[in-house]
Write a protein that binds this ligand. Structure first.
Ligand code: UTP
Length: 290
């Protein structure tokens, strides 16, 4: 029997240099897509997938993320006095139940692999989900829910993937799979940013993972890789020698909100599917586009 996925890790300690100066004092995870910070979209996805414990790997200047998921008594009191019940309910729905959110610090941004390793004691000896908060996955079914179902069926490790144009594969982590047409398929190889013309497929790693706790021992001894950072992909390549990895194809839309273009496009896409906003927004967008 596979163990239930109860915990999710959100690495939010990166510097967000692609989005300066916006991210000088505000974490990129707190930039808003329509009416909520990017990190909340991703926490909502995890919650919808049945995650019970939310683990944030934070860094300097990221305390506002912790505040976002905490009770704000003064605000709640003021809303209550003004009879703003709906707003109170919205805030209450964000709040994790007592004891179900943990925060640990990555003292220096040494890479995604290192950030994940910082969560090892809180995760403990059980498989866990990992969600990169800047990658928004918008689809009918939450991406992580599909992955948890795949994990229940196959066990082992899982990586969400989606196709990219062949000529762009050198910009991504790419996986080779046994069956390109299948929704869930065994991974045959993984490579970070393959040289042009050498990629095993056009399926890129999108930022959602289910990993076995055995990854932590590998991350502990992982040498620095690309960008002089401790790379998660390098540790996964080693783990794949002894454990199974499956790719779970995500069929929705993916937005990289860590890039300006991805962030702006995400705002448009989410606004166009917000029932209270879409008609007015479409009219404004039409005026702008001429
Ligand atoms: P990115 O490489 O996209 O984030 O890492 P970054 O380094 O903040 O962004 P740029 O490239 O400088 O603009 C993916 C995720 O991993 C986290 C980031 O916060 C982001 O959510 N991360 C990355 C860490 O938590 N620690 C790190 O050392 C590196």
């Amino acid at each position: 029997m596979t163990k239930k996925i109860r915990k999710a890790v959100f690495p939010v300690a990166g510097l967000g240099t692609r989005f300066l100066p916006a991210t000088k004092a505000v974490p990129k995870e707190m930039l808003t897509v329509v009416d909520r910070p990017v990190i909340q979209h991703v926490v909502d996805e995890a919650r919808a997938a049945g995650i019970e414990h939310f683990i944030f790997v934070t860094g300097r200047n990221k305390h506002v993320i912790e505040d976002h998921f905490d009770m704000q008594y003064e605000l709640d009191h003021t809303l209550s006095q003004r009879g703003k019940k709906r707003e109170q309910e919205i805030l209450a729905s964000i709040l994790p139940k007592a004891g179900t959110a943990s925060f640990t610090r990555q003292q220096a941004p040494l890479g995604l692999g290192h950030a994940v390793w910082c969560a090892r004691d809180i995760v403990g000896d059980e498989p866990f989900a990992l969600l990169l908060p800047d990658m928004l996955h918008k689809g009918e079914t939450p991406c992580l829910k599909e992955m948890i179902e795949a994990h229940a069926a196959h066990g082992g490790n899982h990586i969400a993937v989606a196709p990219v144009p062949e000529e762009e594969t050198h910009q991504y982590g790419i996986v080779g799979v046994k069956d390109r047409a299948a929704k869930v398929s065994e991974i045959t190889m993984m490579v970070e940013k393959p040289k042009q013309g050498t990629a095993p497929s056009n399926l890129h790693i999108t930022g959602r993972y289910i990993l076995q706790p055995s990854i932590f021992a590998l991350l502990a001894t992982q040498e620095k890789g690309a960008g002089n950072e401790i790379q998660l992909t390098d540790a996964m390549v080693t783990l794949a020698k002894s454990e199974k990895f499956h790719a779970v194809r995500f069929d929705g839309e993916i937005y990289d909100t860590g890039s300006k273009l991805g962030f702006l496009t995400a705002n448009m896409a989410y606004a166009l599917s917000d029932s209270s906003l879409k008609d007015a927004f479409r009219a404004e967008a039409k005026k702008l586009l001429g």
